[in-house]
Design a protein around this ligand. Structure first.
Ligand SMILES: Nc1ncnc2c1ncn2[C@@H]1O[C@H](COP(=O)(O)OP(=O)(O)OP(=O)(O)O)[C@@H](O)[C@H]1O
Length: 432
């Protein structure tokens, strides 16, 4: 694949020297590296093409998008080429790493509001550009917000980006689950009418909460539970009591993004004019405030990886089969976990109809009926949402069992949701 940037980045592996690992995703490992002829430090994302489930189209799309986009807040690839069975994507090195890594290393309870406003304004500028170019990012989250040594913020990872103007197969792909469940908009989960760039606005709102708390809402629950909670509960938001340290404008900005009806969410352009972003500062402020004193990225990454491996081995005895292990990884907050629609379909298919009807009269299922109504009638009050959520959380007894924690009635609805096939999409009444 040809290079696009002004400097001529070489297209052979021998012209690069790989240093330490600085990141790991679902499909790739990222290294700090030296581009020898240009004497420039870069990041190289190495994708093992043999492990990519033959999704070569998806990869080609990501790289193509990364090369064509041109905006200061989007991570642009310098070039890419294959070497053996690997694809190397050469890109600017973002020495601060991702916001998720920074939080995990130094801000486990989230950032202060001026930092969040600064980060989010930069991300929003990237979204305004992407949307104006007809792209949906589809994976906005703290793990994809990268910072360089000077505090410049760039949105990365076009692995799941889609083009709004695509037709045929690509267009149909917008009727599939793509992204990471905690950040996923309800309409993306429902798979009924497809979705548009407003899905990014929902993920942006969830990312705002993630940056405020250090983790996304529902992040400690298994994927299926996240799905149900997103669909049936009132949208998450800042809590009046627990989140007193945050301003009214921040609370309102998040509430504007996290509206279940995508039509009622603002466009990225309109959102950028929100009062909240008036609190944003400069890149230097970010560098000074959150990067100063941090260990080099490779070192931080190594420590985090060792810590996670340690936790995983401790939990191995408890969680033996593969599926539960992957849930455990999810509970630990690994952002790279992606929705596996087949797993969820299988889980939903396991639900027996008689089991569902037997449980319908229980007080538990009555409790959740309220939740379902919230799907149609948006609750304006987030504190009500919080108390409803509390009720939800109280029913979680056994996280090891992927089904035990789920209310039965919504599960049946979910089953209906999965039954939607390409041919059914015209059906005008959604199952939920
Ligand atoms: N240019 C870069 N500079 C520094 N670190 C980077 C760079 N690109 C990626 N990383 C780090 O590597 C991690 C994984 O990269 P990336 O998200 O691109 O992989 P992925 O397999 O597409 O991930 P996922 O699908 O899990 O989001 C990032 O979260 C980030 O911490």
């Amino acid at each position: 694949m040809e290079h696009q940037s002004e400097k001529k980045f070489p297209l052979t592996a021998k012209d690069y020297k790989l240093y330490e690992e600085v990141g790991e995703g679902v499909s790739a490992t990222v290294y700090r590296a030296l581009c020898i002829p240009l004497n420039e430090i870069v990041a190289i994302k190495v994708l093992d093409l043999e492990k990519c489930n033959n999704d070569l189209d998806g990869i080609r799309r990501e790289v193509q998008t990364m090369i064509l986009i041109d905006h200061p807040n989007l991570l642009r690839a310098h070039c890419s080429f294959t070497t053996g069975h690997n694809l190397w994507v050469v890109m600017p090195y973002m020495a601060g790493g991702s916001c998720l890594h920074i939080m995990k290393s130094a801000y486990p309870d989230g950032f202060e509001e001026p930092v969040i406003a600064t980060l989010l304004r930069e991300v929003l500028k990237a979204l305004v550009y992407l949307h104006s170019q007809g792209h949906i990012h589809r994976d906005v989250k703290a793990g994809n917000i990268l910072i360089d040594s000077k505090g410049a913020v760039k949105l990365a990872d076009f692995g799941v980006a889609a083009c709004m103007y695509d037709t045929g197969d690509r267009q149909r792909s917008r009727n599939t689950f793509v992204g990471t469940p905690c950040w996923m908009a309800p309409e993306v989960m429902q798979q009924i009418h497809g979705y548009d760039f407003k899905a990014d606005i929902w993920s942006f709102g969830i990312t705002a909460l993630e940056l405020a708390h250090g983790h996304a809402p529902f992040s400690k629950y298994p994927p299926m539970k996240v799905l149900l909670m997103t669909l049936q509960n009132a949208p998450p938001g800042l809590d009046f009591e627990r989140d007193k340290r945050f301003s009214k404008s921040f609370r309102e900005m998040i509430a504007a993004c996290l509206v279940k009806d995508p039509k009622k969410r603002p466009t990225s352009e309109k959102l950028l004019k929100h009062l909240f972003f008036k609190h944003a500062h400069s890149n230097e402020y970010l560098a000074r405030t959150i990067l100063d004193g941090l260990a080099p990225l490779g070192e931080r990454f190594r420590l985090l990886k060792a810590k996670e491996a340690d936790m995983l081995s401790q939990n191995k005895a408890l969680y033996e089969d593969k599926e539960q292990l992957s849930q455990q990884e999810y509970i630990r907050g690994i952002s790279g976990w992606n929705f596996n629609l087949e797993d969820l379909k299988n889980q939903a298919a396991l639900i027996q109809d008689d089991l569902v009807s037997n449980s319908e009269d229980s007080s538990e299922s009555r409790k959740h009926k309220d939740g379902q109504e919230n799907l149609c009638f948006e609750s304006a009050s987030h504190s009500k949402a919080a108390s409803h959520l509390e009720g939800e959380l109280n029913v979680v007894h056994n996280l090891e069992d992927p089904l035990a924690a789920f209310p039965m009635k919504p599960l049946r609805a979910l089953k209906g949701c999965f039954d939607v096939s390409e041919n059914d999409k015209a059906a005008d009444s959604p199952s939920l």
